[in-house]
Design a protein around this ligand. Structure first.
Ligand SMILES: Cc1cc2nc3c(=O)[nH]c(=O)nc-3n(C[C@H](O)[C@H](O)[C@H](O)COP(=O)(O)O)c2cc1C
Length: 208
């Protein structure tokens, strides 16, 4: 008789305990996995300086204990534009999108200036994936150019593009003009003002 009353109560207690433990684990996993930042170097040019800036940015985030990964558009499948367009998709491309776009919580787009704008390969990449994995997420932009404008127009155009995809763009957009003079042989930026500009963007973007 006693058994009939107490057994269900004991089972309930165990289930409640399990539920709390499970929620705790889910919360920890959420903290670890939902704060990944993908830094996209928005060009596929070999020896790109934007890619060097992206890796330098990554080192600043790492020093801040912020999980991050760099996506080099040079690593896209060569025919991605044709094999992943208008509903077509390949496993290689889908897995890259899962890893770098869908699993990320925020993006930093380091974009070079190509003919007064951002590179066509980046627009093609976006045209292949659409807003899936991008909308509602947060984006910080960094402009890179050997000229003096630091890709200011590209920053505006990228802002319009991301707003169209319903992503939120952070207001601070450092523009690295004459970037070849900023990077040393090890791919590091030593200029204190530029480093401070990037650090300030990182500090505020993490709270954004
Ligand atoms: C196709 C192309 C177009 C470019 N157009 C511009 C430009 O309009 N203004 C500018 O300051 N630099 C321009 N550049 C030079 C880039 O700013 C320079 O390559 C810089 O290092 C950033 O690009 P990267 O990441 O490819 O190195 C151009 C470079 C390429 C390859």
């Amino acid at each position: 008789m006693n058994l009939c009353i107490f057994k269900p109560l004991k089972i309930r207690k165990v289930l409640v305990r399990l539920w709390y433990d499970l929620s705790y684990v889910i919360n920890i996993l959420d903290t670890i996995f939902n704060h990944m930042i993908t830094i996209i170097s928005a060009t596929n040019r070999k020896d790109s300086l934007s890619l060097k800036v992206a890796h330098f940015y990554s080192s600043l985030l790492k020093a801040n204990n912020t999980p991050n990964q760099v996506l080099d558009l040079g690593d896209l499948p060569r025919d991605f534009m044709f094999s992943n367009f208008y509903g077509a998709s390949t496993d290689e491309f889908s897995s890259l999108v899962d890893t770098y776009i869908k699993s990320a919580d925020k993006f930093v787009v380091v974009s070079p200036e190509y003919h007064g704008s951002y590179p066509g390969v980046f627009k093609s990449f976006i045209d292949c994936i659409g807003s899936d994995g991008i909308s509602s997420k947060k984006v910080a932009l960094v402009g890179v150019a050997t000229g003096r404008a630091g890709n200011i127009r590209g920053m505006d155009q990228l802002t319009s593009l991301f707003h169209h995809l319903k992503a939120e763009v952070f207001s601070s957009k450092p523009k690295l003009s004459q970037v070849h003079k900023l990077l040393n042989d090890q791919g590091k930026i030593e200029n204190p003002e530029t480093v401070a500009l990037l650090q300030d963007q990182i500090e505020r973007f993490l709270k954004f």
